[in-house]
Design a protein around this ligand. Structure first.
Ligand code: NDP
Length: 451
């Protein structure tokens, strides 16, 4: 059968664009369908604008810290709309780059909403197009729990990046990556920031010591943490939002943001109708080659709900393209993926947390270093840096590294290489430190913590 294309990609985000342009580079005839803007979550409404706002908000703490170094800084306030305009201009530039990446690779970008109508066919703008393979790369979307008034009155991270004015106060619901990064952003801009979450500690899934230290640091920076709480009701009264908590407290704020997780974007895509198996959260169920239960339909990135990070989607998209069109079948490993949480202070992490390491390896040695970063001594900021290495006693391999403190995200990338390469604690010990730095602590921790 003659198809219109070799590959139709639905979704021009990080994973879809990578898969499309590498496939086209291997000689495939590729169409990419996108209903919104090229670039997807990461570029348009996630990592990139979030980090630009984070950089913007961090200057207030820098200004405070500079006083200890003799600077006399008189901060006159912040022009929110100037920042949003600058951010928007940067996103326009990046969207243009994404479009030209596709065009230069020879992939055709079709603007519209794609709906799968068969194992080889997709409807877009009222027209059916066909391909030997279909790749679903539609990402995820914020989910808001069913709490009275929450859906009507809360924004999500999508809107938080485009607010016409900076609120004076905000309640953020949830304590995952998105909630805490936005809490740090708003707090840095002087917003009275409350974080409401049901667990005892923020950031489930991270090492317990890091979570504990993070809670202390966020509170020290002025964020009010409502641990062990849920939101019972949200209502609006003359422009203000009243948030009732499960502990009986009521907080009145300008803005409420739900950051209570994301769900895979498969609703209305036609996948189940053509026999693609979906999981409980609506994710496309795929094998290690990113192939769904329909052999011509593949999926990569957040829509598969494996590890929901941009570089993972990119790696999955690239591996798909090399396997399908490059004559180089390969799979992506989902172990030892470094990640960072761009809170203030930031967190970096790779490998197993202490609990998981004990469950997986039994006997482990844990090395911990907690200190005040040199910059904070003169500035007077009390915040502590915490670093942790977890070592499998039987093999001496480092199976987890975790850090909270300045530059954690940057430092952890290199540690990630070592861990992926199977470095032992002896290798870390044999590495000379960079002095004076915080990072050198990772190669100078000598005494394991007593069990
Ligand atoms: P997360 O899953 O990380 O966090 C969701 C938060 O919402 C948790 O605190 C969770 O609580 C809470 N929650 C979920 N459901 C409910 C509910 N019904 N009622 C009350 N609270 C609830 O999701 P995010 O939206 O923060 O991030 C989505 C994904 O995006 C992340 O997993 C990450 O992979 C990616 N991401 C990565 C970033 C990075 O690399 N820096 C930045 C931003 C996002 P509990 O823990 O108790 O379940």
């Amino acid at each position: 059968m003659a198809f219109d294309f070799d590959l139709i990609v639905i979704g021009a985000g990080s994973g879809g664009v990578r898969a499309a342009r590498i496939s086209a580079g291997h000689g495939a005839r590729v169409a990419v369908i996108e209903e919104s803007r090229a670039g997807g979550t990461c570029v348009i409404r996630g990592c990139v604008p979030k980090k630009l706002l984070m950089y913007g908000s961090a200057f207030s703490a820098d200004a405070e810290d500079s006083a200890g170094y003799g600077w006399q800084v008189d901060v006159q306030g912040h022009d929110w709309s100037a920042l949003i305009s600058a951010k928007d201009a940067e996103l326009d530039r990046l969207e243009g780059i994404y479009k030209s990446l596709l065009a230069n690779a020879g992939a055709e970008l079709i603007e519209g909403r794609g709906t799968v109508t068969g194992p080889h066919s997709v409807d877009v703008n009222g027209k059916t197009i066909t391909a030997e393979r279909i790749l679903v790369a539609t990402g995820g979307w914020p989910q808001i729990p069913d709490v009275p008034g929450l859906r009507e009155h809360a924004i999500t991270s999508n809107e938080a990046l485009d607010l016409p004015a900076c609120p004076e106060s905000i309640v953020i619901y949830g304590a995952g990556y998105i909630a805490l990064e936005f809490a740090s952003i708003f707090n840095g801009f002087g917003v009275d920031t409350h974080v409401v979450y049901r667990a005892d500690l923020p950031l489930r899934g991270f090492d317990a010591d890091i979570r504990t230290e993070l809670a202390v640091a966020l509170a020290d920076r002025g964020i009010t943490l409502h641990a062990g709480c849920t939101i019972s009701e949200v209502s609006e009264d003359s422009g203000s939002k009243r948030v009732v908590l499960s502990d009986g407290a009521t907080i009145v704020v300008d803005q409420v943001m739900a950051a209570t997780g994301r769900v895979p974007n498969t609703a209305g895509l036609g996948l189940e109708e053509v026999g693609v198996a979906l999981g409980d959260r609506g994710e496309v169920r795929v094998n290690a080659a990113s192939q769904s239960s329909v052999s011509s339909i593949y999926a990569v990135g957040d829509v598969t709900d494996r590890v929901n990070l941009t570089p993972v989607a990119i790696a999955e998209g690239h591996a798909f393209a090399d396997s399908a069109y490059g004559g180089r079948p390969r799979q992506v490993t989902h172990e030892n993926i470094p990640s960072a949480v761009f809170t203030q202070p930031p967190i970096g992490s790779v490998g197993l947390d202490e609990d998981m390491a004990r469950k997986t390896h039994g006997d482990v040695d844990v090395f911990v270093s907690k200190f005040r970063a040199m910059k904070n001594t003169i500035s007077g900021r009390p915040e502590k840096t915490l670093m942790k290495l977890i070592v499998d006693r039987a093999t001496d391999r480092v199976v987890g590294a975790h850090m909270i403190g300045p530059d954690s995200g940057e430092i952890m990338q290199g540690i990630g290489v070592a861990i992926v390469a199977g470095a032992t604690k002896a290798d870390f010990d044999a590495t000379i430190g960079i002095h004076p730095s915080a990072a050198e602590e990772f190669v100078t921790m000598r005494t394991p913590r007593a069990d």
